[in-house]
Design a protein around this ligand. Structure first.
Ligand SMILES: [Zn+2]
Ligand SMILES: [Zn+2]
Length: 438
């Protein structure tokens, strides 16, 4: 690994598949052989090229790739970017970014908008976008180290493999196993939405606390055997964290092990009976908090609609569930007969689920695909048990998200209880070290 002198740059995909992009340059930008540019601009995809116009509607240049370098302290604003793409909180607003702006023509003739910026500036925006600034500082610092590790480990991966996996799928007869890799992007390192990490721009949106958390941890990452960790996180584990291969490919990642998210020595779940007992119980755990004041401090406004994430119940009539299943999976199961967990990870999350109907039965995995098939949106988690009563399918579950790595709500609660950044990170990622690499 070794240390690097300068912090790396990162490319972030801000917009995708647009026929037109409009915005404003605040300050001076320079292109190849033109500039300075400032004020409003418009880019339009025409046949096999992008045409850039200035405020007076004059053509500035046309090319498949238009790179605009920022001069000192210049920023650019994009009009009408989408937040929470495809989720229930989707909305549009103008956003401002610092760093360079690139417009690239995609294979399908649309424009992709890319921002190149320093990792540390990127992180200030991520921490501000993902976290409420009122969260405890030790939690914000833990998250800054975690997010930095995740990004830097991914940059290495992308350079090594140079391949793009859209979706990893194994469909063998009666089995549909899918997971969604982090190497989805071909034109940039990370996207600005929930798929990677939320990056909603700068300006008013950078909180003083996020800035402080990033500055105080500058260049710090978590490492395992001298390699930067592919550090994962999710909202709430439900009392026990999950292992990597319940959510992604069959591979053991030593620092992503299932551990009790509590001071109690809970044991990993091995049998259906243990899963049932765990899910219907309310174990003491760091993420088992109902204190609304604290939750409001941890979760950004967009997420506060969700309160019962530690233990939850969802109920459908047989007809409703048959309809959801057909829409989401694309398979007609006929009359739904049984839903049988075949394999669970240590947190109780199901990685392989059998669905039995009168027309077909199928095994589905892994955790995200299971959550997708069984809800109009997504089930909170795949750690659930199913009861069938009078034509009703009742799902009782635990936790929110894949549960692998750091539990965000648990970590924030630990911080309020006085645990340090180092203690929090070493609790969720066993055997790691914290290192400053630049
Ligand atoms: Zn992404
Ligand atoms: Zn937890």
């Amino acid at each position: 690994m070794g240390s690097v002198k300068h912090q790396p740059k990162i490319t972030v995909g801000l917009m995708d598949r647009r026929s037109e992009v409009s915005g404003r340059m605040n300050g001076h930008y320079y292109g190849d052989g033109f500039g300075p540019l400032s004020h409003r601009f418009l880019a339009r995809a025409t046949e096999k090229t992008i045409v850039l116009f200035d405020e007076a509607d004059r053509e500035i240049c046309r090319s498949q790739v238009i790179q605009l370098r920022s001069s000192k302290n210049s920023t650019f604003t994009l009009f009408g970017t989408t937040l929470g793409n495809g989720f229930h909180w989707e909305k549009r607003e103008d956003q401002t970014f610092q760093g360079d702006l690139t417009l690239r023509l995609h294979k399908d003739g649309t424009i992709t908008v890319i921002n190149k910026t320093s990792i540390e500036d990127y992180l200030k925006s991520v921490i501000s976008s993902e976290m409420n600034p009122a969260s405890p500082m030790e939690f914000l610092k833990s998250h800054a180290i975690l997010s930095r590790s995740w990004v830097l480990s991914g940059l290495g991966q992308r350079k090594r493999t140079e391949k793009t996996l859209n979706l990893t799928e194994k469909t063998k007869g009666r089995k549909v196993l899918r997971w969604y890799g982090r190497e989805d992007h071909d034109l940039f390192d990370v996207c600005a939405g929930d798929h990677c990490q939320r990056y909603y721009g700068i300006g008013k949106k950078i909180s003083r606390q996020a800035e402080e958390a990033v500055q105080k941890t500058q260049g710090m990452v978590i490492t395992f055997q001298n390699k930067i960790c592919d550090a994962r996180y999710s909202k709430a584990c439900g009392g026990f964290t999950e292992e990597y291969d319940t959510a992604w490919e069959d591979r053991r990642v030593p620092y992503l092990k299932g551990i009790p998210d509590a001071s109690s020595p809970y044991q990993p779940i091995k049998t259906e009976e243990e899963a049932r007992r765990w899910i219907v119980s309310e174990p003491n755990a760091y993420c088992n908090t109902k204190e609304l004041g604290l939750l409001k401090k941890i979760l950004p406004g967009l997420d506060r609609k969700t309160k019962n994430f530690f233990r939850w119940t969802v109920q459908y009539s047989r007809k409703e569930l048959e309809k959801i299943l057909q829409e989401k999976s694309g398979f007609d199961f006929g009359a739904l007969q049984e839903i049988v967990p075949l394999q669970r990870g240590p947190s109780g999350r199901i990685s392989h689920l059998k669905i039995v109907g009168s027309k077909r039965s199928l095994i589905v995995g892994k955790e995200l695909e299971i959550r997708r098939w069984l809800s109009p949106t997504h089930l909170y988690s795949s750690a659930f048990i199913v009861k069938v009563e009078a034509n009703q399918f009742i799902f009782q579950g635990a936790g929110w998200g894949h549960g692998v790595g750091l539990c965000q709500i648990g970590a924030a609660v630990m911080a309020t209880q006085g645990f340090s950044t180092e203690q929090i990170l070493k609790h969720y990622f066993r055997g790691i070290e914290i290192k400053k690499i630049y």
